[in-house]
Design a protein around this ligand. Structure first.
Ligand code: MN
Ligand code: MN
Ligand code: MN
Length: 295
């Protein structure tokens, strides 16, 4: 049974494999009726997604997943219900995309040393929009036979301490929450338990997010365990944050985060759509009853 609401998904505008229109079509086929497109550091996929959503009867939420550096570590803030025309948001995203290109060039240099010839030119053939990221290098490493699958590529080459890892300097936590709010959206801290940060660090990070005016934690995420869901729900309740849910869909080859393949929000958490901003867009289907109903 798929969730009718999925508030985190990627298209070819960043590091997903489906063009925005195909992503929306897949969501519709799988019973998702409210979908947020949340590409990394870009809103470029939204116009095509919106046209497709109108045809397919899907309610599209305008979203973006913004890269943040906090205390020397990366975290992701998903902005939901944003006005993609907002100047502060777009200025911020442009700066982050430039930092992505710089990081990707440095990664190419390091990966060439580690045996990936022509890394930069070849990775560019895999990037379809303006956003380059580690997932593109992971796919290239697999294509070249240097890793069996993308997760092995991350483990052996692309994560902290591995030969292709470059620490990037993204935007600040407070400024990103502020861009999202200026654009009329809600700020969600994405997949809090997936960073695998030590508990004390995670607690400080979530507290800082709440203090910055953050709105919600992404309590249900594709591939997350039931235990992670209840831990995240407990943090949200303690910090007075709402809860969001999303598959973090990137590719059709990863069944654990296919679109809509997520459990419902647990009881006792305020769903993000009750915090107002998403209601005008999500009203036709966004109720807790429908979340629990078989689709
Ligand atoms: Mn990604
Ligand atoms: Mn993320
Ligand atoms: Mn994501």
């Amino acid at each position: 049974m798929n969730s009718p609401i999925d508030l985190h998904a990627h298209s070819t505008a960043s590091d997903g494999v489906l063009p925005p229109a195909d992503l929306v079509a897949r969501a519709a086929e799988r019973g998702v009726r409210v979908l947020a497109l949340t590409d990394h550091d870009t809103t470029d996929g939204l116009p095509a997604a919106r046209r497709s959503a109108q045809l397919k009867g899907v309610t599209l939420i305008s979203g973006v997943e913004v890269s943040v550096t906090w205390a020397g570590r990366t975290l992701h803030i998903v902005g939901l219900g944003v006005d993609a025309e907002n100047a502060s948001l777009q200025r911020g995203l442009t700066k982050i995309r430039l930092a992505r290109v710089q990081r990707a060039r440095e990664m190419a240099r390091l990966l060439e040393r580690a045996g990936l010839d022509g890394a930069w030119d070849n990775v560019c053939t895999l990037v379809q929009g303006d956003v380059v990221g580690r997932a593109h290098y992971a796919r290239l490493l697999v294509l070249r036979g240097l890793a069996a699958d993308p997760s092995e590529a991350f483990r052996r080459y692309l994560s902290r301490g591995r030969p292709g890892y470059v620490q990037a300097q993204w935007a600040g936590l407070d400024e990103v929450v502020s861009w999202v709010h200026q654009a009329g959206g809600l700020a969600v801290l994405a997949h809090p338990l997936q960073y695998r940060y030590p508990r004390a660090f995670l607690r400080r990070m979530l507290t800082a997010f709440a203090a910055a005016g953050g709105d919600a934690l992404e309590i249900v995420t594709g591939g997350g365990t039931a235990e992670q869901t209840s831990t995240a729900a407990a943090y949200a309740r303690r910090l007075g944050l709402a809860g969001s849910l999303g598959s973090d869909f990137h590719t059709v080859h990863s069944p654990w985060n296919d679109i809509g393949n997520i459990r419902p929000l647990p009881q006792g958490v305020v769903p993000i759509w009750e915090r107002g901003v998403l209601l005008p867009q999500a009203a036709p289907v966004a109720s807790a009853d429908e979340l629990d109903a078989p689709s």
